[in-house]
Ligand binder design. Structure first.
Ligand code: UDP
Length: 440
């Protein structure tokens, strides 16, 4: 056997080559059925949904367990062929803050175990999303002995580095995340820097941490005719348009974008409009909930006439919003990956993004978009102004963006994850990451 064929050490003293049959995915605090762009629902919800459906096309069945947060959703809902969302009773069947869920995790784990026992299911691998689900996977491991894959979708460690004092993540989350880096059988990081971070957090750094990005639906996100999209959306054909898409959360850096807009109002001619997609709006179209605070801030800053609060939109509406824009701003303080940037790129709309996390890997400065320092409103305004004022630059970046986005096609991403599952299910705890790294 050549060293390249070495399968790595087995875990229990035996290896199998049994095919994968079923996967349990855990998404305790937020459901893949939730509408995107509202509350906590964003990239992770989409990821759980898309990955599961992709994996299931290969003949696997996936059960996604999420906490029941209303009394009416049926216990099981088929998300796509082979994928079932299971609502698990743990605590009251009402929406609860994710900060209140930790004490409910043992009850959640017990209910998941009961569900599997009732149906006689034996899962090959558990895939846990976010630290709360990771703790459930760890509890289930006592019951099932099933290997588990952990994805944090942003660690407290990374978040705290950019959070204001009143936004710091709890000591409990920090502690559990550190323990999970040792307890999990594999960890998936969304970018190579996070992979290194997770290795550093482990007591003994291991090879079980893989950098595998999320995928993007390249059939949905593709170039569309800009004029037609603007007409569809009721936007003027002429106005320069900046677009923001995402959850309304301090980590998204919308405050910096508003400051940059103030600079552009003073300097740009014509003055651009900012379309802000995400958050909740009332029946009259006015911002409500967390978006209302942004509406007030825009008024205080004299920006109200320049910002259109669109509210959250189903994902299949977004290609038109991306295509209608001249440039997409992703001013985040941190992004583990930053799906919005890659979706925009796939639609051929240039991106101006913060140089942080996954964005620093997906956007190549000057080639597939422009990168600016985190929180630097002057630099953001300058970069947005450059793209708006220079059609040749816009065209060049659009071409580079489309080419770059193709690296994140779902089939390659799902194959890399499946490889991890297969290795774990067959008893290996080494050489879990596919040789073919998607990140260059
Ligand atoms: N999204 C959406 N509708 C909205 C706002 C966002 O479908 O109104 C989707 C968007 O297309 C993207 C995801 O939510 O796929 C946000 O992912 P991202 O990685 O940018 O941010 P996260 O939510 O993970 O912080």
């Amino acid at each position: 056997m050549s060293p390249d064929d070495d399968p790595g050490p087995p875990v229990h003293g035996f290896e199998t080559d049994a095919p994968l049959r079923s996967i349990a995915a855990l998404s305790v605090h937020t459901s893949p059925l939730a509408p995107l762009g509202r509350g906590d629902s964003g990239g992770m919800n989409l990821y759980v949904r898309e990955l599961s459906c992709q994996i299931a096309t290969g003949g696997l069945s996936v059960d996604i367990f999420t906490r029941r947060s209303d009394p009416w959703t049926p216990e099981t809902v088929e998300l796509c062929p082979g994928v079932t969302v299971v609502s698990v009773a743990a605590g009251p069947p009402t929406a609860l803050s994710k900060h209140d869920l930790f004490p409910l995790l043992p009850a959640f784990a017990a209910e998941v175990a009961r569900y599997a026992a009732r149906r006689g299911i034996r899962y090959d691998v558990v895939h846990a999303h976010y630290w709360l689900s990771g703790w459930v996977a760890h509890l289930l491991k006592h019951e099932w002995e099933t290997p588990f894959v952990q994805m944090f979708h942003t660690t407290a460690h990374r978040k705290n580095a950019v959070a204001r004092p009143d936004e710091q993540e709890s000591a409990l989350r920090l502690d559990i995340e550190r323990r999970l880096t040792d307890l999990a059988d594999s960890l998936i990081a969304a970018n190579p820097d996070e992979r290194d971070d997770l290795r550093d957090l482990q007591r003994t750094p291991t090879e079980k941490v893989c950098a595998i990005p999320p995928g993007v639906d390249l059939d949905l996100f593709r170039p569309l005719d800009r004029a037609a999209c603007r007409a569809d959306l009721g936007l003027s054909a002429e106005e320069p348009v900046i677009l923001f898409v995402g959850r309304i959360d301090p980590i998204k850096g919308i405050d910096t974008l508003f400051e940059a807009m103030q600079r552009l109002v003073d300097t740009a001619d014509p003055i651009p409009t900012l379309n802000l997609v995400g958050g909740e709006t009332g029946p009259d179209g006015a911002p409500t909930g967390s978006l209302a605070g942004l509406g007030d801030l825009a008024s205080e800053m004299g920006l109200a006439p320049r910002i259109r609060f669109v509210g959250s939109k189903p994902q299949d509406h977004l290609p038109r919003w991306y295509a209608a824009a001249d440039v997409v701003a992703v001013p985040s303080r941190y992004e583990s990956f930053g799906l919005v940037a890659v979706e925009a790129m796939a639609c051929g709309t240039p991106v101006v993004a913060s140089r942080t996390g996954g964005l620093a890997h997906t956007v190549e400065d000057g080639v597939s978009g422009l990168l600016v320092s985190v929180g630097d409103a002057d630099a953001l305004a300058h970069a947005l102004g450059r793209v708006l004022g220079d059609p040749a630059l816009r065209e060049r970046l659009a071409t580079g963006a489309r080419a770059a986005a193709h690296r994140y096609a779902w089939p390659a991403v799902a194959a890399a994850i499946r490889h991890v599952y297969q290795r774990l299910a067959n008893g290996h705890r080494a050489r879990l990451c596919d040789e073919e790294e998607i990140f260059a």
